[in-house]
Design a protein around this ligand. Structure first.
Ligand SMILES: Nc1ncnc2c1ncn2[C@@H]1O[C@H](COP(=O)(O)OP(=O)(O)O)[C@@H](O)[C@H]1O
Ligand SMILES: O=P(O)(O)OC[C@H]1O[C@H](OP(=O)(O)OP(=O)(O)O)[C@H](O)[C@@H]1O
Length: 203
């Protein structure tokens, strides 16, 4: 059965769309915050990517381009997009979680944000920022892509940076991941998506 995302626009669960350039630390942040997010009842979507294996970071599901296309045709994705020569799919399970009133964190894309907003009007957009020179250093240190692929990612970043989307919460990931995890949890508490920690300011 095909799933109609538009039928789930007005649900109790909120989509948390984490964006930021490739290499800004989205996977790392999700991994570092995973236990705490799950403890707060936040679901975390597992991406499907046309990449055979990820050296580190989130446990994405790697598939061939042919398999990805078959999954897309079968309606397996709530959202999907293309970037950096790869296809990314977000499982339709996300819509089921949202319909059940669960908040869901998705590792998203700046390029896809306008479309994601059309589908999920109440989504919470969070962008990870790091300085361009830090981004380059991290991408090279990650060692997953070739130098050329890193350059392409930096070019894509420079291009997308020029389109500043409104209504996006920005978290700086230039410092330690621990700092960014704390900022993420604070933001989710401010938005009323998780309970505020007893010791947190304003709580
Ligand atoms: N706060 C941080 N401090 C230092 N290194 C980081 C930090 N966040 C991420 N990294 C590193 O930067 C690289 C890119 O992070 P990653 O999570 O893969 O980014 P993305 O998922 O956005 O592409 C990884 O090697 C990761 O270990
Ligand atoms: O549209 P953008 O904001 O440029 O988004 C960056 C693109 O790369 C992404 O994955 P990730 O950051 O995990 O990249 P990676 O494949 O290099 O890990 C993300 O899913 C986007 O498709």
């Amino acid at each position: 059965m095909r799933y109609d995302a538009s039928s789930t626009s007005h649900t109790a669960g909120r989509l948390i769309f984490l964006i930021g350039p490739s290499g800004s630390g989205k996977d790392s942040l999700i991994d570092a915050a995973r236990t705490q997010l799950l403890a707060h009842g936040i679901e975390i979507a597992r991406r499907v990517i046309t990449r055979s294996a990820e050296s580190k970071g989130e446990a994405a599901h790697g598939v061939s381009p042919e398999r990805f296309e078959a999954m897309r045709e079968a309606g397996a994705f709530a959202m999907h997009w293309q970037a950096n020569g790869l296809q990314y799919g977000i499982p339709v399970q996300v819509d089921q979680w949202l319909a059940a009133g669960r908040h869901v964190l998705v590792n998203g894309s700046r390029g896809y944000l306008p479309e994601a907003r059309r589908r999920y009007p109440g989504l919470l957009a969070i962008r990870l920022d790091v300085a361009p020179q830090v981004l380059k250093r991290r991408l090279l240190a990650r060692g997953r892509e070739t130098t050329e692929e890193v350059e392409q990612r930096l070019e894509r970043n420079a291009r997308l940076q020029r389109h500043d989307e409104p209504d996006v919460h920005v978290l700086d990931n230039s410092l330690s991941l621990t700092t960014t995890v704390a900022a993420l949890l604070q933001l989710l508490a401010d938005e009323g998506l998780i309970a505020r920690a007893a010791h947190a300011p304003g709580g």
